[in-house]
Design a protein around this ligand. Structure first.
Ligand code: SF4
Length: 333
């Protein structure tokens, strides 16, 4: 199976409960950024630039736990910034595991190893290492020579200890899908459990950099990624991949993956910032969701990010038997 059975069961019962309550908009994954501080300065990263003036701010551990409860999503993606330099990461992960939250720890891998010896492998914990290409490309994008080898080593350590490890690859204009194929071959050989692939997003602070895909270019790149999905265990859903290759239309569900960072609840979505709210309820009630669901904002023009569109898949998939069947086969494969 592509995902742990515990996760599938929890997500299904969560969706059913919300449907019975008649809720239309509710969160699936909390994107928790305890800090925006990072030990890298990657070329395509909007976060470290957008939050430059507050980059040293860190959330107290109690605040992290409070917002996890306030949000109520069954999955918590701990991202940033680089979460392994957040001083309370150990305690945060341990407490969320105790609460049986499903954690995706998104990391560049550099400082991961000591935590691997501190925690125990669990179906509730997935280590998500970002890998943007083979050695030359990965080190170039991350502006750090030797990083690819560090990441390969830490993935091997994590797998030898029994952790569930996935990787996350961002596709840019210059990305060669043939190289991604080679990368996946190498990662599969060392036991990586699955691959997330997503087009890069052109944050406002990165405007003018010639590295992001326009919609038509995304369609073309993801035609080839679709072919890879027939041979590698991609974690992006088939419906989302069909959307990326231009075969299906989806509206956005920005409320599906809400983001909390040291400034508060970021609205309207993980990618664009118009306001920070003090409470989750304020984010949900003060945002003009209709506008963003239908991408009526120039900053949405080329956006096809998983944080906005994978939650839509959850809502769409039950509408057609063909999609349900494809999802079942995909999940079991
Ligand atoms: S399309 Fe959705 S996820 Fe993308 S920028 Fe717009 S609101 Fe955010």
């Amino acid at each position: 199976m592509r995902f742990p059975i515990q996760l599938q069961w929890r997500l299904t019962s969560y969706i059913v409960k919300n449907a019975l309550k008649g809720r239309r908009r509710y969160p699936y994954v909390l994107m928790l950024e305890p800090t925006h501080l990072c030990n890298l300065a990657c070329e395509g990263c909007g976060k470290i630039r957008e939050f430059e003036s507050t980059i040293r701010d860190m959330l107290p551990l109690e605040t992290c736990l409070k917002v996890v409860e306030e949000c109520g999503a069954p999955i918590v993606s701990i991202c940033g910034g680089e979460p392994t330099i957040y001083p309370h990461l150990g305690g945060l992960v341990e407490e969320l595991l105790r609460q049986k939250k499903f954690i995706y720890l998104c990391t560049n891998g550099i400082k991961l190893e000591k935590f691997l010896h501190q925690w125990k492998p669990s179906a509730y914990l997935t280590i998500n290492v970002s890998m943007d290409g083979l050695e030359g490309t990965h080190d170039l994008i991350r502006s750090r020579k030797g990083l690819y080898q560090i990441d390969i080593r830490v993935i091997k350590v994590a797998k030898s200890l029994g952790y569930r490890v996935v990787t996350n690859t961002t596709v840019y204009r210059e990305t060669k899908i043939e190289e991604i194929e080679q990368l996946f071959t190498e990662l599969k050989a060392i036991g990586v459990d699955g691959f997330l692939v997503s087009p890069g997003y052109e944050y406002t602070v990165l405007k003018g950099r010639d590295m992001f895909l326009e919609k038509q270019q995304t369609h073309e790149k993801f035609q080839k990624v679709w072919e890879l999905s027939q041979r590698f265990r991609l974690l992006s859903t088939p419906l989302y991949l069909r959307f990326l290759k231009g075969e299906r239309q989806l509206t956005c569900s920005p409320w599906g993956n809400p983001n909390y960072n040291p400034q508060g609840w970021k609205g309207p979505c993980y990618l664009i910032t118009d306001a920070h709210y003090q409470t989750f309820d304020e984010l949900m009630t003060k945002t003009d969701w209709e506008k963003y669901e239908h991408q009526r904002d120039p900053r949405c023009t080329n956006c096809m990010m998983h944080s906005g569109f994978e939650p839509t898949v959850i809502r769409e998939v039950g509408k057609r038997w063909k999609d349900v069947w494809e999802m079942i086969r995909w999940n079991l494969a």
